[in-house]
Design a protein. Structure first.
Length: 229
């Protein structure tokens, strides 16, 4: 079985759908997912790609589409949510701290729950401190580490790697060097990662609603779409 690299930025609304579904899919398939936060905003600036800036009709469709997809998975976000996020880079740098310390998955899930369910922008207060505290860590310590030179160096290394691997949007999934872009390619990535006939399990999980949405950080249960952001 091959690993799936999950490249994401917490500033991406569509990534919410993948984040909330991944734990259940991992449980059902046994696939290993490597969570890889990266500076999506910088990538998009370099591509001169601002998909929702001064595009009210497109942004309205963004929230309509996410709500429609969320219903398929038994999720009920309160949309529209604050967007774009001013603090997405800090949210992602905190994710790097959590990655190094082994609590990245609950951190990212709780960040999205507070953002898209409670209306608290990720990477800003009170979302940031609440999320870190819910993961049983000290917000002051974690935020200081996230703003430090070591994590900034790691963040820039992730940017360089994303460029080298031609990652241009989030969520993105890489399996054995092959890129799959968007939440609607998550199941394709899982099929590429696991051998037949076990890949058939994906069909049984697809569209199945998780039984609980708000879970304790140490009790993960099951969540972009091809569009960036």
């Amino acid at each position: 079985m091959k690993d799936i690299e999950f490249w994401f930025s917490i500033g991406s609304p569509y990534t919410y759908l993948s984040v909330m579904r991944l734990p259940r899919l991992q449980q059902k398939t046994g696939v290993k997912v490597l969570w890889r936060p990266f500076p999506l905003r910088q990538i998009m600036i370099e591509m001169n790609n601002f998909p929702y800036l001064d595009k009210p009709a497109k942004e309205a469709y963004l929230w309509q589409d996410i709500a429609r997809q969320a219903r398929k998975y038994g999720l009920s976000p309160n949309l529209p949510a604050p967007f774009p996020l001013e603090g997405c880079d800090l949210a992602d740098r905190v994710a790097l701290v959590a990655q190094k310390e082994g609590w990245i998955e609950p951190y990212v899930r709780h960040s999205y729950l507070h953002w898209l369910h409670d209306g608290q922008p990720a990477g800003a207060e009170p979302n940031l401190s609440h999320t870190i505290f819910e993961c049983k860590h000290d917000p002051d310590r974690v935020i200081a580490a996230a703003e430090g030179a070591r994590i900034e160096s790691t963040y820039q290394a992730a940017l360089r790697e994303a460029r080298e691997r031609h990652i241009f949007g989030a969520p993105s999934f890489i399996v054995d060097g092959e890129l799959f872009w968007g939440d609607d390619r998550l199941h394709d990535a899982i099929r590429a990662a696991i051998p037949q006939p076990r890949a058939q399990v994906v069909k049984n999980v697809n569209g199945t609603a998780p039984t609980r949405l708000r879970t304790a950080p140490d009790q993960p249960t099951g969540p972009s779409h091809r569009r960036t952001g």
